[in-house]
Ligand binder design. Structure first.
Ligand code: FES
Length: 71
């Protein structure tokens, strides 16, 4: 990341980080609406599944480790 990107990211309220071989970490406040329309407000760090194997989608439940997800 360059200096300008560092300055911009410091000003954002929500940031997303892709972990190697793991979930997307979302830092900040967000409202998640699940497949049933149920809404959940998350205020700190949220791990979202990107391997497709979680039994608690859209959240990561650690299943990426067992499935051998690599990206
Ligand atoms: S990324 Fe963790 S269960 Fe899918």
């Amino acid at each position: 990341m360059n200096d300008k990107a560092d300055q911009t990211s410091a000003q954002l309220k929500t940031q997303i980080e892709a972990l190697t071989n793991g979930p997307l970490l979302v830092y900040g406040s967000l409202l998640i609406k699940d497949k049933n329309g149920e809404k959940r407000l998350k205020n700190k760090t949220t791990a979202l599944c990107r391997c497709g194997h979680s039994n608690n989608k859209p959240f990561c439940d650690g299943a990426h480790v067992k499935s051998g997800f690599e990206v």
